[in-house]
Design a binder for this molecule. Structure first.
Ligand code: R7I
Ligand code: MG
Ligand code: MG
Length: 360
């Protein structure tokens, strides 16, 4: 298999297994999860996969459902068709409403349907009194867009596509910036070898996000992150500041505890409090992880992402996409692939996006 195809498949399969395995823990909304508990659940899954017939399948959630729509729409239309993508998002939700969707995005789906997918960006703009959702629903589904723009190697183009795809459901600037950061991280991982330098990668992300965050905004929305009720907990205001904090972590001889990362970077339902955690989970896979000496870097990324607690399916799906893009599909254990719903489809979508990337 070509390295690029392996990385494309790694991206989408990595996202699926992160979602399916992370979903085991999402409902806990824990501050942190002991890595041994995560490993226990993974060992269960690995045992289950050995039972040839009718073994348990770990279901994907809304994160994957929406990523599938992004991938399908881009492949079938050979580009972005806003109305088609909006229809896929909504119809998938109405077909399978129990995939764990966010509480407000489902109103957007209803309104899009009522409008017959004509005013595609209107309903999202009305959410939360006009400020739009700051949820991580844009970032969680964006990996296929990074595969689509891979061949252009143009951050501006990539940012534009990500902005459009996200704006169908999330018009808040923080949700859009989070999706842009996630897609830049996937793109960098696609372009990196498995022995990349985490310090260099975080520097490159800081450079790109500085440009994006400094752009004047079309709306009068604040570019600052959502404020927690207890303002003392929320010290950082921009994605660049969060990346600077990650840079500090990476320089430390000993990496911070999960509780520190959960508290300082966040691992929650907002984009601002989850995308940086996913990026850090991936970058950290190059560092020592004493509980996981016999696991590869992809596996370390997933276990670590889930151990941050909170919105674990979403942090793990985003971290899984970045790690899969870097380490390739071969790094994802076959036993995990066998047990997670939607892996074969993810490989097919990746192949479709790969073929598009090879066209001139
Ligand atoms: O962002 P979204 O698609 O949710 C994705 C999350 C992932 O964790 C999935 O795995 C799934 O569990 O849900 O859905 P939204 O409904 O747009 O946002 C999610 C939640 O974020 C909302 O239901 C609100 O609780 C919260 N939220 C806000 N709260 C106050 N003010 C989002 N934006 C705001 C806001 O502006
Ligand atoms: Mg989910
Ligand atoms: Mg989630």
């Amino acid at each position: 298999m070509s390295t690029t195809l392996s990385k494309f498949q790694g991206t989408l399969v990595g996202a699926v297994v992160g979602d399916c395995i992370g979903a085991i823990f999402e409902s806990l909304w824990a501050k942190t999860i002991n890595p041994n508990k995560v490993i226990g659940a993974i060992e269960n899954l690995e045992t289950v996969s050995k039972e040839e017939d009718n073994h348990r399948i770990y279901k994907f959630t809304d994160d994957t459902a929406m990523a599938r729509s992004v991938a399908k729409s881009l492949v079938i239309n050979e580009g972005f068709d806003a109305s088609d993508m909006a229809e896929r998002f909504s119809e998938n939700y109405f077909d399978e409403p129990d995939r764990g969707y966010g509480g407000n995005v489902i109103n957007v789906f209803s309104q899009l349907k009522e409008l017959d997918y004509k005013d595609v960006f209107g309903p999202a703009k009305k959410q939360f009194g006009g400020s739009g959702s700051y949820g991580n629903g844009g970032a969680m589904r964006i990996a296929p867009a990074a595969l689509f723009t891979f061949k252009d190697n143009d951050p501006e183009k990539s940012k534009d596509l990500v902005t459009q795809i996200t704006s169908i459901t999330h018009s808040n600037n923080q949700a859009i910036l989070g999706a842009v950061l996630q897609s830049y991280a996937v793109d960098m991982a696609l372009n990196s070898s498995s022995s990349f330098s985490p310090d260099e990668m975080v520097d490159a992300l800081i450079t790109l996000m500085k440009m994006v965050e400094e752009e004047p905004k079309e709306t009068n929305q604040s570019s600052e992150g959502p404020q927690k009720e207890d303002k003392s907990e929320q010290k950082l205001k921009t994605y660049v500041e969060k990346l600077e904090l990650i840079k500090t972590y990476l320089k430390q001889e000993e990496q911070p505890t999960q509780l520190t990362v959960h508290t300082e970077l966040g691992a929650d339902i907002s984009a601002f409090e989850s995308v940086p955690a996913a990026v850090y989970s991936f970058l950290r896979s190059q560092k020592d992880f004493s509980d996981l000496k016999d696991r590869n870097s992809f596996e370390k990324t997933i276990v670590y992402a889930i151990s941050l607690g909170g919105d674990s399916d979403t942090v793990a799906t985003m971290a899984g996409a970045i790690a899969g893009a870097c380490y390739g599909v071969e790094s994802i254990p076959i036993s995990w692939q066998k047990c997670c719903e939607g892996v074969e489809d993810a490989k097919k979508f990746a192949e479709g996006l790969y073929k598009l990337s090879q066209m001139s």
